[in-house]
Design a protein around this ligand. Structure first.
Ligand SMILES: CC(C)(COP(=O)(O)OP(=O)(O)OC[C@H]1O[C@@H](n2cnc3c(N)ncnc32)[C@H](O)[C@@H]1OP(=O)(O)O)[C@@H](O)C(=O)NCCC(=O)NCCS
Length: 202
């Protein structure tokens, strides 16, 4: 998969809209916007990352998206409601590097290319993730956006499988994946946490 997306323009590889949603792209000038969004209680589902989340986190998160757009033609995208123009959250595809666990051990996931520790054999996979503002939860938006992104990724032959990782205490996220047809693959370790791996085959 290495190099497969290089130099791909994101506008050409990802959907720009679905039935109710518009997908845009983050810009370098969105630092404060991302920082504020990630600090809305509930938006980041990570026990190690509770508000107040420092600006340095938003900086590195945004840099990772901009690099991913440039290098892979994919990345998280800000999502807006077509009807009102309101920003509701972000959804997107990224590269995750998977280091196969030894027998009886979990696979380790590292987000973004080049992030796995050196000296290990890694497999680059296409991963989907999302985070929405709480006032827009349970209206089917994450499911609609995830479905649109996965469909487009398969249409564009980016990969024949898409993976995702969900904490065991996040039934809403598991429900999004299941509604989109993802199947559980077992426990993996991601960002130092035990999470449940999912896969969607083309
Ligand atoms: C996970 C998240 C993106 C879901 O977004 P959403 O737009 O509400 O998702 P949808 O409306 O498409 O689907 C949510 C589903 O979860 C279900 N759900 C919500 N809370 C639930 C709970 N506590 N137990 C079981 N199911 C639940 C909803 O009923 C809905 O299913 P339905 O359509 O069959 O009724 C949103 O909750 C979020 O942003 N959470 C914080 C960030 C996060 O957890 N990101 C994922 C990290 S893996």
């Amino acid at each position: 998969m290495a190099g497969k997306y290089n130099n791909a323009a994101p506008e050409k590889t990802l959907p720009l809209e679905s039935e109710r949603l518009i997908f845009k792209y983050f810009k370098a000038s969105d630092l404060e916007f991302i920082h504020n969004f990630h600090n809305v209680p509930g938006v980041i589902n990570d026990p190690n990352l509770k508000p107040p989340i420092p600006l340095s986190h938003a900086k590195s998160w945004l840099n990772n998206q901009l690099n991913s757009y440039r290098q892979e033609g994919i990345g998280h995208q800000p999502i807006y409601l077509k009807e009102t123009g309101e920003f509701i959250g972000r959804n997107g595809l990224r590269i995750v590097e998977v280091v196969k666990g030894a027998q009886g051990e979990r696979d380790q996931w590292y987000w973004y290319r080049g992030s796995a520790p050196k000296g290990f054999d890694t497999r680059a996979m296409l991963e989907i993730g999302y985070a929405f503002l709480p006032q827009y939860w349970n209206k089917g938006y994450a499911t609609e956006a995830t479905r649109a992104l996965c469909t487009k990724a398969f249409e564009d032959n980016l990969s024949d499988r898409i993976v995702a990782a969900v904490a065991a205490d996040n039934p809403a996220s598991a429900s999004v994946l299941e509604k989109c047809g993802f199947k559980q693959t077992g426990e993996v370790t991601g960002l130092g946490m035990d999470v449940i791996g999912y896969v969607l085959e083309k």
